[in-house]
Design a protein around this ligand. Structure first.
Ligand code: FAD
Length: 342
């Protein structure tokens, strides 16, 4: 199936300044900003649906869109030559880069240096200039896929990108307010985070958390050890009880009892849980903004935009009602017809 929604979807302008420059301009002017994370869907129809749902969100001007990277590492070895046309993150990145700055996640686990280089040249040609350099999680079912093929740690990936591409890419890295689950200690984890920054990362996006105080504590520690780059809080918008439990367990982030005490009695009422998620996100981000612990928020959307829009409206990012016509609607209908024919 052909994957090409280009130029039909939106008509927004992407800034020519680097993401790091845009971010610093916002911070210097005291403006708050936000960004979103989406995951590439498997089917064309779902991608179409996602692009359509993003349209309302782009009316609320996120600074950038992060696209997660999930190359199959669990069951099969990654082929020596990456099938770029089949990599969903790259296809979605190509679409969205017409509309909004793209931060492409790149997790190096299981990839050789040659493969990482291929990806970087490919996205450079696409005009994407921002990389979220990650090590990635250990593959669960394939012990043959060694972690240390090319890049034992994310800091090695950061160095590699810097060595090969200089300042062409703005590099982001992950931080963990409660420490990374494999870390020997919180202090050592912070020291490794500093290594990633010292090697060339321009900003940090954190793992999600449920207490603003955890982020505050993390920022204070980071500043104390000399990490000066922007640290953007990652905010999970809770959608429902089941996904909350699943995601927090997959990411080894404990849901505090105070949150469970509110959610458990209403867990069968998805809408009530979702509304609470918006409330919690607004409360945490408002606090971090008002106390100057952050100028930005990064929303893990789980590809559902309603909560992000509601949160952005409460935070004052989204003042206007979405009014833009759905230009790509016809194209989506066409894709639907193609799917029916297959
Ligand atoms: P690293 O920074 O390499 O750290 C991993 C561990 O090694 C830590 O415990 C650290 O303390 C330790 N360490 C680091 N350097 C050294 C060293 N020199 N010596 C000894 N120990 C060291 N995963 C995906 O697969 N795709 C995604 O799109 C994705 N997006 C994410 C987005 C965010 C915001 C976050 C927070 C995580 C994301 N992840 C994603 C998950 C991430 O890949 C995992 O958390 C992974 O286990 C660690 O990646 P890292 O880049 O933080 O690793």
């Amino acid at each position: 199936m052909v994957w090409n929604f280009s130029k039909f979807c939106f008509n927004f302008r992407v800034s020519s300044a680097s993401l790091a420059e845009q971010m610093h301009a916002q911070i210097d002017s005291g403006d708050k900003f936000y960004s979103i994370e989406i995951t590439p869907p498997i089917s064309v129809l779902d991608s179409c649906q996602l692009l359509r749902s993003l349209q309302n969100l782009y009316n609320c001007s996120p600074l950038f869109t992060a696209i997660t990277w999930h190359i199959k590492t669990s069951a099969m070895p990654v082929p020596p030559v990456l099938p770029f046309g089949k990599l969903r993150a790259l296809r979605l990145g190509a679409e969205i880069s017409n509309i909004n700055s793209v931060l492409l996640h790149l997790s190096s686990v299981g990839l050789t240096k040659k493969q990482v280089c291929q990806v970087l040249w490919y996205i450079r040609d696409m005009g994407i200039r921002n990389i979220f350099a990650l090590r990635g999680d250990r593959p669960e079912r394939n012990n043959d896929l060694k972690l240390d093929r090319g890049f034992p740690y994310a800091s090695d990936l950061v160095s590699f990108i810097q060595e090969r591409f200089g300042d062409y890419f703005t590099i982001c890295v992950a931080g963990y307010p409660l420490g990374h689950p494999e870390a020997v200690s919180f202090e050592q984890d912070l020291a490794h985070l500093k290594e990633k920054v010292d090697k060339g990362a321009s900003f940090i996006i954190t793992q999600f958390f449920f207490k603003a105080g955890d982020f505050v504590n993390f920022v204070q520690w980071c500043r104390r050890i000399g990490i000066t780059v922007p640290i953007i809080p990652g905010i999970l918008l809770i959608q429902d009880y089941t996904s909350l439990i699943h995601i927090s367990s997959a990411c080894s982030v404990e849901v505090p009892r105070s949150v469970l005490d509110i959610i458990e009695p209403i867990k069968d009422n998805r809408e009530a849980v979702r509304k609470f998620g918006v409330h919690l996100a607004v409360e945490m981000v408002s606090y971090l903004f008002s106390q100057n612990y952050s100028n930005a928020a990064h929303f893990f959307t789980l590809n559902r935009q309603l909560s992000v829009i509601e949160t952005c409206k409460c935070l004052g990012f989204c003042l206007l009602e979405p009014a833009r016509p759905l230009m790509h609607h016809e194209r989506c209908k066409k894709s639907k017809r193609i799917v029916k024919l297959l």
